[in-house]
Each structure stands twice: as C-alpha cells, then as structure tokens.
Design a protein around this ligand. Structure first.
Ligand SMILES: C[S@@+](CC[C@H](N)C(=O)[O-])C[C@H]1O[C@@H](n2cnc3c(N)ncnc32)[C@H](O)[C@@H]1O
Length: 325
C-alpha cells in the first residue's frame, strides 16, 4: 500500500466536525479517523486539521474540505525540510510560496520561510498570477512543503440571502455537504421534502440536476423564487415526495419536523424507504434517532454525524441502497 501523499485541510465551525468528516470521506473515498485531528484543539485556525489520503481530488465544491495538497518534502525542522526540498531539484515556472506559521513559532518570519523555500526551486516565481502554489506549514511538530491541488470556492457563501426564509430550512453549508455525500457533478438528485429549496440551490450550483417534491404549494412557490434568485434551476413538483417515480443518483431528505409539519414515525419511515428505492445514495437529516431504521428499509448506513447549530442537534445518516424493501 502506498503512503498517503495528499493532505486535506478541513475547516468546520464548532458542531460541524462530524459532517465535515463525512464530506471528506465522500470526496476522497477514504476513511477519516474517528476523532478528527482538529478536535480538542483550543484554536482550530492555529492548528489546521489535516487529513491524509492516497489520492488527490478536486475539492472546489466542498462545504468543509477547504484544500487538497500534494506533499513534496517534510522534515522535523525547517532546515531539514528545506534540505529535502533542495534534494528534489524541483523545476517550476511561475510559482508562489505561502508560509503558514503557527502562532508562537519563533524560527523565522513568513517572508524568510517563503524566500528560503523559493531558493530551493529551479524556475521563476510569480507572486501575482502563479501557475503553481506551494505551501509550507508546521503540522504535528513536522514541517511540510506541499503543492496546492485544489481549493474550495466556498460556493455556499451568499446563499443564506434569499427572498423567502423558512424556519425549517437547512443552512446552505449543511445542505451542500449533504449533497456532496450523495452526488457528483453531472448526477441527478432528488429532494423529496425540498421545503424552500436549499439543497436544490446547492446541487444546481454544483452542476447536479436537482428534482424537488414539496407537499405545500405555497412553499413550492417560495422555493421557485429562491432558486431563481440564485440563478439556478431545478424541477419542482407539488406533491407527496413518496409518490416520486424514477431513478436518481442521490437523495437528500430533510425529514419534516416542528410546527410546520407533523412529526410522524410512519411518514419518516415511508420517506426513507422511498428514498432508498429511487436513489443509490441517500443522506437523511432529522432531529430524531433513526438508528435501526435503515437495515429494515433496504439501506446500509455508511456514516452518521451529529450537527449542532443554535442548540439544535440534527442527526445526519448517510446510507446506500442495497435493494428494494
Ligand atoms: C424540514 S422541512 C425541509 C426544509 C428544506 N430542507 C429547506 O431547506 O427549506 C420539511 C418539508 O417537508 C414538507 N413535507 C412534509 N411531508 C411531506 C411529504 N410527504 N412529501 C413532501 N413534502 C413533505 C413540509 O411541508 C416541509 O416543508
């Protein structure tokens, strides 16, 4: 087995780290440690949470996975890393080096580190329009020099602003991560209880074709306005999500709760069963405990996460369909 050469920087607000871990697993196809490295740190921004993987992927559409880098050289000291980089005789045109210094690191200023790394490279730097970006940083008492492979565009930013707010709506960042659990650009996605269209907007903005069902006509009209506002497109149907016929690559299911709709175990079971019938991968978000439901519904749970926002604990179940119920 080859050593992991790619590291991913994961940035998640408090309460979102478990969903961030699932997004990393969905994007890279690799398991993340049960306790992500950015947990139990006092200042997450000072200690980037790096996760290692054998493959490098495009994280441009990610909600929490901020960056993918390919490791070039490492060392227990800055000098050791610089020597390892020099040994590689790297040839690069139009490169830029960015040093990420941990607060309290005394060795050198960021500019000194950047210059020292640049001196190990054969080729010309370009600080304004670089073709290659190099990052030097300390991680777990080791210096790493890496090449940036991809970076998120934070495409969910700005999606909170929309003509129609909805008290039961998912925050766009959570919706985006859930879409990333079940679909990739070019796929078709169903949201059987689409509400104000949050997941549909995220899917469409990532090049995924979204289909939404919603039982309440007024809310469907609001979803349509929200989708237009963000210059996205989706198929919308007024009706019970359990009546949707067809096949989709993925489903995002935000189960009804609270005052806007009745909490009802049978409705939840019916919606989950239906989602697993029509889609290969399903991401369900709910305030209830659904453990044990999936096996009896033709689903295998791939991962779970609790997401805490404004004291609301949401439970995310990521499952794949293993055949009809
Ligand atoms: C938790 S909200 C979804 C919110 C949505 N994710 C958003 O961000 O706006 C659940 C929605 O499901 C709708 N709903 C309830 N039962 C349904 C059913 N059987 N089929 C379709 N929609 C249903 C409710 O009207 C409500 O808008």
């Amino acid at each position: 087995m080859t050593d992991p050469r790619y590291h991913y920087r994961v940035v998640s607000p408090p309460g979102h780290d478990e969903l961030a871990r699932l997004e990393f697993e969905a994007l890279t196809g690799e398991r993340a440690p049960a306790h992500p490295p950015w947990n139990e740190r006092e200042d997450a921004s000072d200690h980037p949470g790096l996760l290692w993987a054998r493959a490098g992927v495009d994280v441009g559409r990610a909600a929490y996975v901020a960056e993918c880098c390919r490791l070039l050289a490492r060392g227990t000291t800055l000098d050791e890393m610089l020597a390892a980089a020099a040994d590689l005789q790297l040839r690069m045109e139009r490169f830029r080096v960015h040093a990420r210094k941990r607060r309290g690191t005394k060795v050198s200023s960021s500019q000194q580190i950047e210059r020292a790394v640049a001196n190990t490279i054969i080729g010309r730097p370009d600080l304004s329009r670089p073709a290659v970006e190099l990052i030097a940083q300390v991680h777990e008492r080791e210096w790493l020099l890496s090449e940036l492979v991809s970076r998120t565009t934070n495409g969910w930013l700005g999606h909170e602003q929309r003509p129609h707010q909805y008290s039961s709506a998912l925050p766009p960042r959570i919706a985006r991560a859930m879409v990333n659990l079940v679909a990739v650009p070019g796929d078709r996605l169903i949201d059987p209880c689409c509400g104000s269209g949050t997941a549909l907007v995220e899917a469409s903005s990532m090049g995924i074709e979204p289909f939404g069902w919603e039982i309440n006509r007024t809310i469907v009209e609001q979803a349509a306005a929200n989708i237009c506002h963000h210059q996205q497109a989706a198929w919308l149907v007024v009706g019970d999500g359990r009546t949707a016929r067809g096949s989709w690559n993925g489903a995002v299911l935000d189960l009804p709760y609270g005052i806007s709709s009745e909490r009802c175990d049978d409705v939840a079971r019916g919606l989950v069963e239906h989602a697993l019938e029509v889609a290969r991968l399903v991401a369900v978000v709910t305030v209830d405990d659904l453990s044990g439901l999936f096996a009896g519904c033709g689903g295998e749970v791939l991962g779970t996460a609790t997401v805490i926002k404004n004291r609301l604990h949401r439970r995310v179940y990521w499952a794949r369909s293993i055949g009809a119920c």
